[in-house]
Design a protein around this ligand. Structure first.
Ligand code: MTE
Length: 325
């Protein structure tokens, strides 16, 4: 699979999702013809105030440079991405997060960094974001419940942030935690999962250039229901690994516990790489239903590592992917 990193486009070209697909097609054509306009601006690092001001105004993010592993991927309609969600802290219904997540307070926001790293402590969202230029990345996203979508996320490689904390040689894993506040999150009063929601990656997975720390989608600030202000996107793993509203990052020597594995260890392993050959104990993972494609649209075959095998298969050399599901 080809990874393209074209020049950034001008903020003025970041327009509404309705013209998004058209813009993408134009960009693709321009790239193919080697005709990128010379006026395109360089991506600028973002600041919290940029995020905050934009969210207060119209939610648009500026200075985002485009990136696509496959520019021909058709993106899922915005309404599906933002109204059909899993965010159990706001309820287990797919419509609950969009309905109830307005109570989440995302500013001010800070992230605690702890464990096996030299630079630990509490960092404001501004500390976290300041040095990083935002990119737009169109990724396939596959939920363990066998639906899928294609989303233009906005963020930057998680590894670029993690390096700033100088992990020690004992840091073999990274664990992430979501906010746990029953005042803001009515769903945490239920015992459907153990709170706070937590996830983990090996340090190699966390440092992989495809792993994205995300602040937006469709050129806009992340809506609360999608995990504002800061979430992970790990495109070759089932969607539940992509933890939302992160408040704590812990570098660890031992493999961390994860919420879904704690809830049902036979069903949800630590790795949770998308794999059509390893069924969930209660359903097949061989195919998927693309969200927004219509009730009668045919299912699509699911691809190993969600189609990112070329980029990530090396991470698992010698590992039995059936036992390590
Ligand atoms: N993160 C938290 N904190 N709580 C959750 O319930 N659900 C996960 C993941 N991250 C979840 C979470 C699951 S099961 C999926 S499929 C994705 O978020 C859904 O992301 P989306 O709502 O942006 O599509």
């Amino acid at each position: 699979m080809l990874i393209q990193r074209p020049d950034p486009i001008r903020p003025s070209e970041i327009t509404s999702e309705s013209v998004f697909v058209k813009r993408r097609a134009l960009l693709k054509a321009a790239l193919a013809a080697g005709l990128l306009p010379g006026t395109m601006a360089r991506a600028q690092p973002v600041t919290t105030s940029t995020l905050g001001d934009l969210a207060a105004a119209n939610g648009r993010l500026e200075n985002v440079s485009p990136w696509a592993d496959n520019p021909s991927l058709a993106t899922t309609p915005y309404e599906y991405v933002t109204e059909y969600n899993n965010y159990y802290e706001f309820g287990t219904g797919k419509g609950d997060p969009a309905r109830y997540a307005h109570t989440l307070v995302t500013e001010p926001w800070s992230v605690e960094v702890e464990g096996e790293a030299e630079n630990t402590g509490t960092f404001t969202l501004e500390d976290i974001l300041r040095p990083h230029a935002l990119e737009e990345r169109i990724y396939r996203f596959r939920c363990v419940e066998a639906w899928s979508m294609v989303v233009p996320w906005v963020g930057f490689p998680l590894g670029d942030l993690l390096k700033r904390f100088a992990p020690t040689s004992r840091a073999k894993y990274v664990q992430f935690f979501t906010l746990n506040d029953s005042e803001q999150m009515p769903g945490v009063r239920s015992r459907v999962l153990q709170w706070p929601y937590r996830e983990g990656l090996t340090i190699e997975e966390a440092m992989h250039p495809l792993t994205l720390l995300t602040v937006g989608l469709y050129g806009r600030v992340l809506p609360n229901q999608n995990g504002a202000p800061l979430r992970l996107i790990v495109p070759w793993k089932y969607g539940f690994k992509s933890i939302k509203s992160i408040v704590r990052i812990r570098f660890m020597e031992d493999q961390p516990r994860t919420s879904w594995n704690m809830a049902a260890s036979r069903e949800y392993g630590f790795y949770s790489n998308v794999n059509p050959d390893v069924p969930h104990p209660r359903w097949s993972q061989a195919s998927e239903r693309p969200l927004g494609a219509g009730l009668f649209a045919s299912r699509q075959p699911t691809l190993l590592f969600n189609g990112y095998a070329e980029e990530v298969a090396d991470l698992y050399t010698g590992l039995d992917l059936v036992r390590n599901f």
